[in-house]
Design a protein around this ligand. Sequence first.
Ligand SMILES: C[S@@+](CC[C@H](N)C(=O)[O-])C[C@H]1O[C@@H](n2cnc3c(N)ncnc32)[C@H](O)[C@@H]1O
Length: 171
Amino acid sequence: MSTNHIVLFEPLMPANTGNIARTATGTNTKLHLIKPLGFELGDKQVKRAGLDYWDTVDITVHENLPAFMETLQATDELFLISKFAPRSYHEADYTNPDHDYYFLFGKETTGLPEPFMRLHGEKALRIPQNDDHIRSLNLANSAAIIIYETLRQQGFPELDLTYEYEFDKLK
Ligand SMILES: C[S@@+](CC[C@H](N)C(=O)[O-])C[C@H]1O[C@@H](n2cnc3c(N)ncnc32)[C@H](O)[C@@H]1O
């Protein structure tokens, strides 16, 4: 079965990383952070945004982008998530059970480095948006959109499609 990975390139804002950590925990997704980080991992704001989930996130910190790239195996599929991509994220296939899927997101201010983007342009995916009104989507929202499309294609593996709550608002 595939493992999905969210990779954040030089994240700056603790609230975004905390928010993504919460999504990662709830979806059995691994989280990778590429240094330098704009915060300390013990930062109150990271923890607040991830609430009680921070300690349960499977998190790996990489020294820099080349160090992260060196960890990839032949069966790992890497996608660069960028508004500059010519292809939309819904057109890619994430269903090969023998592959792990890595989604690399850019820094809140400057995105991914331009030379790296040019080198791996064929792996880039865009989330459609209205460019007349906003510059880009929020990083944490982008990560949630991508991971849930991936999980939808994979049939939501090991996630509860429904759940019996002790205090159920519908009962
Ligand atoms: C706030 S945006 C940074 C925008 C930055 N100016 C740039 O050049 O990409 C942070 C990250 O969110 C993701 N993102 C935001 N909007 C996106 C979109 N429409 N399509 C794909 N990724 C997006 C990208 O990974 C981006 O690097």
